[in-house]
Ligand binder design. Structure first.
Ligand SMILES: *Cc1c(COP(=O)(O)O)cnc(C)c1O
Length: 425
């Protein structure tokens, strides 16, 4: 009976959804002749249909023009990357000059650490979250070791409290205060990839600055998922990938944010390359590096135009939808998902699972993580058999992300209905 009410609600929500037409702009994968329910946009976003034509355009110009394409392609490759700074800036709450699309996420983390982690004898520690995404942890460990320091004495991992799955802001700011003068840097995921929790980036940055440290964030699970205000929060630097919520294709070009107070500082250490050099004199091939005084100054290589073509077509979809609408629907989808799951949970005497993603709107995006105590694998198998793609994390967590551009409320209902059936069996 209660499930019927949720079905009607899902139908009503879909009918009044201003973004409902955007689903048709994406390729929805098929299984056994039926569209699957794709809830792993937090891992690899689906393909916008326009990506193919956008890449084809560049292939055609390459075939037709060869090297001349740098200046004479329809979208000249020489300045191709410049389109992205104003397009990405509103997604992270930055000035266009603070943002550039380049490289890949883990590579960029190292480049940013090269600029923003300058350990001294007194100030050398780094705070990150325990169970950070492995690549981030490897980047920190190897970067620290490359400076000749021992990662064990250098990296402070903040653990959640016993029996809690999330981090409290006070825990983080207390750890920052405790590290005090020994702290060089705070580097954390803005949205935790496991729990889906949104960290209070503004408070963390403020606390880091108060002890004389810097703050940077990995926004892989944040960009395109939640509104961000990096400039106003005074965040020093950030990096993200574009293939999760930004739907730009596997391994597609990533991006970085450098606060303008750092970007303008030409004295700041950076690992340079010709694409970060003053554009007026780039082709004079001068011996001395003269960095551009914006985030562009961190570019090393000329732009990967083919992957950028997919990235561009995807960002055009975001802007056509209106990013506020995207974030708003994302929250509504998450709210509906949690409501239906809470209802299912309360329908059984046995505590089969707990929601580990915070329910408060400011502390979550559209990802929901479920910690199973029983029947987790059976639920996951039943969802897979029914063509619902979610993500299983050992030992017992199911993560899903109904995303606003192509998921529907009715899909969340169907997902809930399958879980309800399995638990009733
Ligand atoms: C997805 C993800 C990565 C992946 O790194 P790549 O360099 O793009 O392979 C790294 N860190 C976090 C937090 C992620 O979520």
């Amino acid at each position: 009976m209660k499930m019927n009410i949720m079905l009607e609600r899902a139908q009503r929500l879909d009918q009044s959804d201003p973004l409902s037409d955007f689903r048709s702009l994406f390729h929805i994968p098929f299984k056994d002749g039926k569209s699957i329910i794709y809830f792993t946009g937090n891992s690899l976003g689906l393909a916008p249909k326009t990506a193919q034509t956008a890449i084809q355009q560049e292939l055609n110009d390459w075939a037709k023009l060869g090297v001349e394409g740098h200046f004479h392609a329809k979208n000249p490759w020489y300045s191709y990357h410049e389109w992205f700074s104003p397009a990405l800036a509103p997604l992270v709450g930055a000035l266009p000059s603070e943002v550039v699309a380049m490289n890949q996420l883990s590579v960029n983390l190292h480049l940013l650490l090269a600029s923003f982690y300058k350990p001294t004898k007194e100030r050398y520690k780094i705070i990150c979250e325990a169970k950070a995404f492995p690549s981030d942890l490897y980047a920190l460990q190897t970067h620290v070791a490359w400076h000749g320091l021992n990662p064990k004495d250098t990296i402070i991992e903040i653990n959640s409290l016993p029996n809690k799955q999330i981090l409290y802001t006070d825990q983080i700011t207390d750890a920052i205060k405790e590290a005090g003068d020994s702290l060089a840097l705070v580097m954390m995921g803005g949205v935790n990839y496991y729990s889906g929790q949104v960290l209070n980036m503004s408070a963390i940055t403020k606390a880091a600055h108060e002890v004389g440290a810097l703050a940077g964030f990995d926004l892989a699970h944040a960009i395109g998922n939640i509104p961000l205000q990096l400039h106003a929060w005074q965040v020093d630097f950030a990096a993200w990938c574009s293939y999760k919520y930004l739907n730009s294709g596997p391994g597609s070009v990533a991006g970085i944010f450098i606060h303008e107070k750092h970007a303008k500082n030409k004295e700041l250490n950076r690992l340079g390359g010709w694409w970060g050099h003053n554009k007026d004199t780039r082709f004079q091939m001068e011996p001395d590096f003269d960095p551009i005084a914006t985030a562009e100054g961190w570019q090393l290589s000329n732009a990967p135009v083919l992957s950028m073509a997919a990235h561009r077509s995807s960002l055009e979809v975001f802007h056509a939808a209106g990013i506020e609408n995207v974030f708003k629907k994302g929250k509504e989808l998450a709210r509906f998902t949690k409501e239906i799951l809470t209802m299912i949970k309360n329908d059984f005497q046995t505590n089969y699972f707990d929601l580990i993603t915070p329910c408060n709107d400011d502390e979550c995006g559209c990802q929901v993580s479920l910690l199973f105590h029983q029947k987790g694998k059976e639920v996951f198998q039943a969802l897979t058999d029914a063509g619902v793609v979610v993500d299983w994390r050992e030992p017992n967590v199911i993560r899903l992300a109904p995303v606003p551009l192509y998921n529907k409320f009715i899909e969340v209902y169907r997902f809930g209905n399958i879980i309800h059936q399995i638990l009733s069996a």
